[in-house]
Design a protein around this ligand. Sequence first.
Ligand code: ISL
Length: 581
Amino acid sequence: MTTSATTADESPWWQKAVVYQVYPRSFADSDGDGVGDLRGIIDHLDHIARLGVDVIWLSPVYRSPMDDNGYDISDYEDIDPLFGDLATFDELVAGIHARGMRLMMDLVVNHTSDEHPWFVASRSSPLAPQRDWYVWRPPREGFEAGAPGAEPNNWESFFSGPAWELDEASGEYYLHLFSRKQPDLDWENPAVRGAVHAMMRRWLERGVDGFRMDVINLISKVPGLPDGVVHATSASGSPLGDGAPFVTNGPRIHEFLREMNEAVWADRSAPDLPLVTVGEMPGSTVEEARLYTDPARHELDMVFTFEHVGLDQGRTKFDRLPLRVSRLKQVLARWQDGLAEVGWNSLYWGNHDQPRAVSRFGDDAAYRVLSAKLLATVLHLHRGTPYVYQGEELGMPNAGFARIEDYRDIESLNHHREATASGVAPGDVLAALQWIGRDNARTPMPWDDGPQAGFTTGTPWLRLTPGHEQVNAAAAWADPDSVLHHYRHLVALRHHEPAVSHGDFALLAPDDEILWAFTRQLGSTRLLVVANLSGADLDVSAVTDGWRAAEVISTNYAASKGDWSGTTLRPWEAVVLRRTA
Ligand code: ISL
């Protein structure tokens, strides 16, 4: 059993915090155009404040052609008119601060939009002063520009097809790890880094309290950009290889993050510094995360791991594998252990890129409410900073759209096009989208049981998730046994029980496929979490031995505080016990 490096008392504020993610397109629409906006968020801030959370992470609201819903930015300094303007943004910041919360902005600097003035200038000529702000390369030797296989290397884009786009005018290609409208910035260029730092400083001066850094571990690429292992051929006939090993946690990533710290917030030592940073890091191991989040290294406060959300996926995210609960528990436990002494975990089940937690890990049919609460209990009783994605607190299930016409996400649409073109049965492609597609969790927030669930007076940009007549915020606030009230309770528990935020973690029964059990310990306080991931009763006496007299401090069954047997968990029941010494 390890001892923790920081105790609850001397730790930075964000180690006791809970973050709520707002996906602005789908939160609340104030002007009837069918798209959520800043005024809509302002109007609904009390929903978030009443949950008790400490921080709001706002997905991008900057000016954007919206090829990837704002993750393609054409002006880092302005708000997209679809969402509002800078004056409304200032009002939002004030409203968040007035409620005692903080605001974390999305920082998307691996790439810009192809409509960003930097890229427009870069593209204008091979001799343009900003040419080297992006990654330009001539065609592969011996190939004519535009011929299949002429791309400078064989990397596949994360959004299907080659990761290079030909610029006809110059006959050169630019790199885009995501869509062709998201050209990668060249971080080797100090002018690029300086421009990003200056932009970050301006947002901090404007009052924001931190950054969630989009795919920040992809910004340093291996020089030479070597070909990856080939695994497929694109619909256009180019061989496709895996570029991930050459862009993930690249050679200069730690240097770039440290430099960013020095340039943007010189002194991070003040204990009450409002700042918080989290790096989105697909493909990072726990060992790498320890380096990124070691406070002595001045890089990041925490990172988003993808290991636990990749366990049900094969070579690509659309290849479905059966999920083993034992693996899920063990992966999260390994991250708990790996960051126990040095570093810090972020904890999440879902976000705007993942399907709904209750559909993926729970039972969204017979046990939607219970399994949503169970998943919340298990996650929020880990050590780290939990993230709640809008709608998760209502136990929203996947949208599960059965027709391709209902999808809007570029990743899903590109995959559908490429996969069907290369011969995969359309029904199989749709089944994969219904399970893992990003639109599953991007549907409008259901506020009430009225038309369009109170999200908009117009036509929503994406259809609502079926069932909003029952699953909506108004109904949840009115029902003391709702998923929402359970989240409120878990947030409060973290704030008031130091063993929740800082206790040491130990996984019990690691190989059990149904029981999820672990302990937390801080000083003389011990907690036991037991959860039954099945629809049948489960005897848990083997792990509750010695806990019979313990106090029940959390349960997901209505009004059962006093009456838990101590030996049997009902279907999808999750209980937290506390005892001293
Ligand atoms: O959805 C995914 C996980 O399976 C990835 O393809 C995802 O794109 C990746 O995690 C990076 O995500 C971030 O950057 C993307 C953007 O589309 C995502 O919304 C964002 O969270 C490009 O900016």
